[in-house]
Design a protein around this ligand. Sequence first.
Ligand code: FES
Length: 227
Amino acid sequence: MSVRRLAKEQPESFAFNKKSEDEIKFWLAKYPDAKKASAVIPMLWIAQKQDGWVSEPAIREIATRLEMPYIRVYEVATFYTMFNLEPVGEHLIQVCGTTPCMLRGSDALIEVCKRRIGKQHEISADGKFTWVEVECMGACANAPMFQLANADGDHYIEDLDAEKLEALMDDLAAGKKIKYGPQSDRNASEPHGTKVLTDASLYDGSRAKKIKLPNAAPKGKSAKAEG
Ligand code: FES
């Protein structure tokens, strides 16, 4: 893993907005006051969702709120690559470069990102995109794929090739909604060309063998009548 440092340019200050404060209240309610440091990852995540990245003043604010030494929050923020330590574009593209995705063409996706956006972690000239290569995101059956993070949340975009990525980036740059999930004819990770679970009886339990539960009421009597 590369060394992760805070951005050279930092804002003067940081404050959570109302929406973030509501989320913080939810998370802090989960822990006893003496253990509120347990909320450090959610708090960093809330700061990132608010501003798109975690700034140094945000780290200080979280340390103060959780009564933690600043260095402890800094350690968490710099350890986990999910935290952006520099500002990112409107759409953050996290391309999986691990072996299954690499064998299925992630190099071609990375080439598109380099050509259209620039180097990893940089913001494109129009402010729309940032890209970064990440490790396996557990969607190998739909390789190659990337995770898109933006104001609409975090979504997987799968079954890609360079041409599809270009088209998706065109749509995102134009402010259009894109389809999340597989960019192919399948719904999820079923084999290509196969329709699965088309019959409700395959998953509604109606095909299951009837069994007699040990404490079931005898036939003809309801449990209430027995009691
Ligand atoms: S290798 Fe890319 S999602 Fe697993």
